[in-house]
Design a protein around this ligand. Structure first.
Ligand SMILES: Cc1ncc(COP(=O)(O)O)c(C=O)c1O
Length: 371
């Protein structure tokens, strides 16, 4: 249907990457990395060049999120999926309750459900809707997802939990531009390949004194925890600006560049505002056009980091995506594969500019209106 569509030159985005993860790494970051020459890549992570980089990144994150001084910025290899297991093994006493609303929150629940010595409860909401997390009597661990990347739903209300209960937030695709008061969470974690414009395979887990105490309590129990998943090793290494095992230095470099960039642009509040401005533009476009609609109906549930836009079945989104990709103009706007919807899923991550998103809306309009 769209094979003859040609993107007018003036509508070509300056960067084609609109994917929801990994997100676009600015080309300038790559140039800067190349400029480090022989001084960084190929250096031990126990030597000053890398330790200083890690320190700068950790301090930048502390400033950006206004992290309380008694919280630790814990880092390590493996990403958020790795943390699902590491958290289940090392931070849950007897029972974890999971507020799920899509693929990633469900994956976290399933990883805990596989651990025989804890009980896991799935409090499932419908796809396309937010899940309101709350304290659960009898649970010592509450799991919620700040931004459900598969459905473009955000959950910004944090529950008050019992004094001895851990509130953990998977903030992988929302951290940095969806509001969250970290001082009201115990574990706030993310992988850096979304808002923080880096690459995968790495995690940042911001932990309260309560969460650290819990990790120590569990470590003393007679439970087997693989050494690579030891919270004690992750925490003690992070305090020394290191990781337990060898990290990808370029990943840390890109993450640090993005944190510096976002801090220099007004910090967290400005990033939240910019994300909201882009989301408002995109969602009102989807509502105005007769052939589009917002997948998420509840206004406050709509993510300001990942927007899912339904398309009238008359116009196969996948066909248009192929044409845009073949012209090297727009990459990565496919719906989450398991959702199976005729949909565009568009990243609003910090480096995806308002202007390029506007161009994308015009390209889609033109293609569909000419079809
Ligand atoms: C909300 C959420 N949680 C967890 C993950 C898994 O992250 P990783 O692939 O870094 O393990 C993702 C990845 O997209 C995600 O969006």
């Amino acid at each position: 249907m769209f094979e003859n569509f040609n993107i007018p030159q003036e509508l070509r985005p300056t960067d084609p990457r609109f994917g929801s993860g990994p997100s676009l790494v600015p080309v300038e970051f790559m140039t800067k990395l190349a400029e480090t020459g022989t001084e960084l890549l190929g250096t031990s992570h126990r030597k000053p060049a890398v330790k200083n980089l890690v320190k700068e990144m950790q301090e930048g994150i502390r400033t950006f999120f206004n992290v309380p001084s008694d919280y630790e910025i814990v880092i390590g290899n493996g990403g958020a999926t790795f943390l699902f297991d590491m958290i289940g093994l090392g931070l849950v006493r007897k029972k974890s309750s999971h507020f799920t609303c899509g693929e990633f929150s469900s994956k976290w629940y399933k990883s805990h459900a596989n651990i025989p010595w804890i009980e896991s409860e799935n409090i499932a909401g419908d796809y396309g809707h937010g899940s309101k997390a709350s304290n659960v009597d009898g649970s010592d661990f509450i799991a919620m997802t700040l931004n459900e990347t598969s459905t473009g739903v955000q959950n910004i209300d944090l529950p008050e939990v019992d004094a001895d209960t851990i509130l953990a937030v998977d903030a992988t695709s929302g951290a940095g531009q969806i509001p969250c008061d970290i001082s009201k969470t115990d574990v706030f974690f993310f992988s850096p390949q979304k808002v923080f414009a880096s690459e995968g395979g790495f995690f940042v887990s911001i932990m309260s004194p309560k969460a650290i105490k819990r990790s120590q309590e569990i470590a003393e129990l007679d439970r087997y925890i693989p050494t690579i998943m030891s919270w004690d090793l992750a925490i003690t290494n992070s305090i020394k600006n290191q990781t337990y095992n060898t990290p990808s230095i370029s990943t840390i470099f890109f993450l640090n560049e993005q944190v510096k960039l976002m801090n220099s642009q007004g910090g967290y509040s400005s990033a939240i505002e910019y994300a909201q401005k882009k989301a408002d533009m995109l969602y009102s476009w989807a509502q105005e056009k007769p052939y589009l609609d917002t997948y998420v109906k509840g206004e406050s549930d709509r993510s300001t980091a990942v927007a899912c836009i339904d398309v009238d079945d008359k116009y196969p989104a996948g066909d248009l995506i192929k044409v845009l990709e073949s012209q090297k103009a727009v990459y990565g706007i496919d719906a989450y594969r398991k959702l199976g919807k005729n949909q565009f899923r568009i990243s609003l991550f910090h480096n995806v500019s308002f202007e390029n998103l506007e161009k994308l809306t015009k390209i889609i309009d033109l293609a569909i209106e000419q079809a």
